[in-house]
Design a protein around this ligand. Sequence first.
Ligand code: TPP
Ligand code: MG
Length: 339
Amino acid sequence: MTDVAQPLRLEVDDLLEMQRRMIRVRLFDEAVKRFAKRGEIAGSAHLSLGQEAEVVGACYALRDDDWMTGNHRSHGHPIGKGSPLGPLMAEIFGKRTGVCKGKGGSMHLADFRVGSLGESGVVGSAVPIATGAAFTAKVLGTDQVSLCFFGDGGANQGVLHESMNLASIWKLPVIYLCENNHYAVTTPASEATSVANIADRAVAYSMPGVTVEDGQDVLAVHRAVDDAVEHARAGGGPSLVEVKTYRYSEHSEGLRHAGVYRPDDEHAYWLSRDPIVRFRGVLSQEHDVDGETLDALEAEVKAEVDEAVKFARDSEFPEPAEAYEDLYSTRVVTPAPTA
Ligand SMILES: Cc1ncc(C[n+]2csc(CCOP(=O)(O)OP(=O)(O)O)c2C)c(N)n1
Ligand SMILES: [Mg+2]
């Protein structure tokens, strides 16, 4: 199945907000790229430059109280769901004001305030967490859904298949979203995957499977995920949505690969389909948004990112002893039986 055509319930303000969030992801990660290069931040950083449409198009199909999990390439996910930038940037700088109090860094930008349950450097590890969140929604009888991001490399992890099977038999409200950027570090998905379209695997778990061929079109992604969310909320169970996209940067900042694994013309092709440039065109040509408004929006986001960087730089590092705090969740104490 390819992109599903359906009328969108989006106003122009929603479209502008989607563009705003895509630019936030872009400028946030461009700033991180600069800091990584200058050695101002510790550890590795995996950027979502080029993948903004799939991140924002998917997140924008969620309600504020819906849940979401990410992976190692997850700066954009909480931004897509509306998280404020300051505490995210502070986390990347390892500061106490960060979303994980500076103890997680780039690969742990969980922000529970927007339903972002967490990320980890272990490929596939957040998949059962998203599935568990959907199970919670089902048991408690809420109509929340859970959105689970993973890559084309993550699509080959066993835990995804166990999770999809369980979600299918229990009809859990979860959307498995494969960010197919065509590579797992340097390994092409075409060499490592048994199917041409990862969404074809949905049939093995009796769930709808959709491939969004143009993952640089934020509305195409939104349409497909919105459909899956509606299906989940209506009690229909899980879906698998695959989005074809591309990362502009290397797998992670500072990584040097011996030999060429991505042809130059491939990179140039994807750059020519930049999601933010294209959506600016859609906004002006199809929705009569004037250039001044669009320029102002970009300037506002630039100021927001500058402010987030200042907030991060001005914040304190945690004390070493704080490393031992917040390691475990509060223990559930069973009440003693009354006499
Ligand atoms: C369980 C596990 N295996 C291997 C790795 C090393 N590793 C880190 S990222 C990555 C590639 C992931 O590719 P993909 O899922 O396509 O995500 P992308 O980086 O392309 O966004 C690998 C193999 C790891 N971190 N965890
Ligand atoms: Mg990949």
